[in-house]
Design a protein around this ligand. Structure first.
Ligand code: NAP
Length: 243
């Protein structure tokens, strides 16, 4: 059975992604930084009839936790087929670039960028043992530099004042997607960024207009890309997104 690790999967889009991947027949390691929340989420999926799922305690902002999670997973599997880097935080609001604190930048980057990169590097050797490894970095359109610099973008004025920190973290992880996809271009790896779209979760006090089912779909599509699929791209449910 093919295996997938999803970080930050105890709730929101990650939880729904875990459910959809389990429904497709993958064995899901449901990552959570809070052990109890992860176990509760796994139990909830067991109650829905999905038994191809187990918890994995992993705090992506903590190197010790990432290494422990890797050691734990290595005891259970010989390879990992898919890594979905979903865990993310918004940071403290408001985020005006002229005034938001450096601590805010450091906190958000620690999770969304450095943590995501460290998880990827740690699990890369297990992924290399898969025949068709996939890495999905969950990003956001507010990380699109081309959209954000285009005065004709429909969200030009609405997005910019709010996401100076969070948006920059997603731009950075997009840059990592491009760099890693290039490094792995002559392998079977597919490394892509995906935006779920504005999805109703705790992240935005349920103000998103997409359901978690809709938000998880493009993530799942990229996770199960065939070998002839693209790498080094940025996708949404609607298609390719500008970097
Ligand atoms: N919702 C949207 O509109 C939207 C749009 C674009 C992109 N995204 C992205 O989609 C992803 C999921 O967001 P969501 O909307 O599902 O948000 P959410 O409901 O707040 O879920 C975020 C998940 O990430 C986990 N997390 C946070 N920091 C972590 C850490 N250091 N280590 C491990 N897990 C950590 C949270 O764990 P706890 O439960 O312990 O806090 C939670 O499980 C994020 O990367 C977000 O940036 C969301």
């Amino acid at each position: 059975m093919r295996t997938v690790l999803i970080t930050g999967a105890n709730k929101g889009i990650g939880f729904e992604t875990a459910k959809q991947m389990a429904a497709l027949g993958y064995f899901v390691y449901l990552g959570s930084r809070n052990k109890e929340k992860g176990e509760k989420a796994v139990l909830a999926l067991h109650e829905l009839g999905f038994f191809n799922i187990a918890p994995l305690h992993i705090d992506i902002a903590d190197s010790t936790s990432i290494k422990a999670a890797k050691a734990e997973l290595e005891k259970k599997v010989e390879s990992l087929d898919i890594l979905i880097n979903n865990a993310g935080i918004l940071g403290t609001m408001p985020q005006e670039p002229s005034t938001t604190s450096i601590e805010n930048y450091k906190d958000v980057f620690q999770t969304n960028v450095f943590g995501t990169i460290e998880v990827t590097q740690q699990f890369l050797d297990l992924l290399r043992k898969s025949e068709s490894p996939r890495i999905v970095n969950v990003s956001s359109e507010v990380g699109s530099l081309m959209e954000n610099s285009d005065p004709n973008w429909i969200k030009y004025d609405s997005v910019k004042p709010f996401f100076a920190v969070y948006g920059a973290s997603k731009s950075a992880i997009n840059a990592y997607t491009i760099a890693l996809a290039y490094e792995l271009r002559n392998t079977n790896f597919k490394v892509n960024s995906v935006t779920p779209g504005h999805t109703a979760t705790d992240f935005n006090n349920y103000k998103g207009f997409k359901t978690v089912e809709e938000g998880a779909q493009p993530i799942v599509q990229c996770a199960i890309l065939p070998d002839k699929g693209a790498t080094g791209k940025f996708y949404s449910a609607e298609g390719e997104v500008k970097w």
